[in-house]
Design a protein around this ligand. Sequence first.
Ligand code: ADP
Ligand code: GLC
Length: 480
Amino acid sequence: MGGRVLSVASECVPLVKTGGLADVVGALPAALGAVGWDMRVLIPAYRDLAAQAKSWPVVFEEPDLWGGKGRVLAGEVAGVSLLLLDAPHLYDREGGPYSSNKGEHPDNAIRFAALSWVAARIAREGLVAREGLAGWKPDVLHAHDWQAGFAPAYLAYHGNGGVKSVLTIHNIAFQGWAPAQMLGVLRLPGHAFHSEALEYFGGISSLKAGLVTADRITTVSPSYAAELMRPEFGMGLQGVIAARGAVVTGILNGVDTGVWDPGAEDPPFGARAVAGKAVARARLFEEFALEVPGPLAIVVSRLTDQKGIDLLPAVVPDLVAGGGGLIVLGSGDPAMEGAMRALAARFPGRVAVKIGYDEALSHRLFAGADAVLVPSRFEPCGLTQMYGLRYGTLPVVSLVGGLADTVIGVSPATLATNAANGVTFHPVDAMALRQALAKLLDLYRQPKLWAKVRANAMTHPVGWETSAAAYAGLYDGLIA
Ligand code: ADP
Ligand code: GLC
C-alpha cells in the first residue's frame, strides 16, 4: 500500500546524536522508502542546525510556541528529508540537545512539548504549499521516545485530522516527567488528568501520555516488548504498557549496512576474506601500545549503569590472565570513567581506554577487535552487538532485550547447527560475565571453531529489510 509518514524525534544521524535513537531515526527513511513509505523527519533546529538550514524554505509556521514563534524549515541531508523546527527561544542553546555544562535545560518539558505540538499540527493540517513547493500531509505520525510523547496526545485531545499515530519506545528509562500544575501550560485537558490517562505519580509523563493515546505502540525488539510489561524492566510503566498489550509490538532495529560495511574499511575484509581483519588488529596494537596474545575485546558505549560497565573491573583481571586484552571507548558517569582509566593503568599493554566520542575510532575498533562486550542490565535493542556480528567481532552479551534477539550463544547444540554467533550470559552479574569471558578465551584457543562462529556472525542478517517490512505492515494496517 504505502503512504506518507511524519517521524518526530529529538535526534537524527548525521545531524545530532547522543545514542542509538539517532541512528535509527536517521536510517528509517531510506529503509521505509524502499517499501513504499515516504518518511520525513521533524527534529528541533538546535544551534548548529539552525545555522546550516538558514537558506531552507519555510514550510510551516506556528505563532504561539511558548514565548516565541516557530518556523519549520525543509531540506535534505544525507538523503534524509528533514523538517527542522526553528524556535530560537527554545533551541538556540549552548551544549547538547538536552543539557549544557550547567546541567539539564530547566524547560525541557516545554522544549519537547513544542516539538510535539508542531508535529501534531503538521499531521493535522499538512505543510503549506507555496511557489515551487507542493504541500505534504502525512497519513501516519510516528513519535519516538518521551521527547515526542505528547504528539499522539495532542492528536487525541485537539483533533487528529484523520491521521494515525505510532509511538516507539527506544528506552523506557527516560519518561519526561513534569509537575501537575503544568497541565494547562502544556495544553493538555484537565479531564484527562487521572490515572487511566495522563496522571503519572502525581504529575505528567510525556511518555505515558504517548502510551495511552497512540494508536499503536512499538519498541525496538520483541524481547524488550515482552520485558516492558514486567516490573523489573517497565520502570513504573509496566502496567500502562500491559493494559495496551493488544497494540504493542516489538520490531528489531537494523543497522545501516552502508555505514557499517567491513568491505569499506581499510583494509577491507569480509566473511570469505578475513585477512584484512588481522591487519586492522595489528594496527590497533600499535595505536594503543598493546601486546595481546589472546582475544582483543572492545567496549564502545555510553558508560552508564544500563550498560553494566561497573561489572568490568571485577572481570578484566581474569580476561588479562587468560591472555586477553581490552580497549574501552566511551564516556558518561565520571566514576565509571575513572574505573576504566584505573584498569588501563593497572594493565599497561593489555588494557587501553579512550574517554570520549569518536566515530572513526569506533570503526577501527570493530574492524580490528576479536570480541565486543555488551553486558547490559537492560537493552531495548542495542546496535553495537550487531556491528560486532557484521565485522566478525564476536559479541559477548547479557541475555536481555535486543541482545537476546540477535546473539546466539555458543553451546554444543548451536555449534552443531551452525547457529552460534557469539557468547551469551545470564544473570547480569560479574560471575556470569566472568564465565562468558572464560568461554570466549576457550573458543579462541580452538581456531577452527572460532573461524566457524565468526563466519556465522558475519553472515547473520543485521540490515533493515525485515524490520522495514514490519513497519510498513504496521502503517498499512493502520490506514487500511
Ligand atoms: P544506546 O542508544 O543505549 O546508547 P545503542 O547500542 O543503541 O545504545 O547505540 C549506541 C550508538 O552510539 C552506537 O552507534 C555506538 O556505536 C555509538 N557510540 C556509543 N558510544 C560511542 C563512542 N564513545 N564513540 C563512538 N560511538 C559511540
Ligand atoms: C536506546 C536503547 C538502545 C537502542 C536505541 C535505538 O538508546 O538504549 O538499546 O538500540 O535506543 O533504538
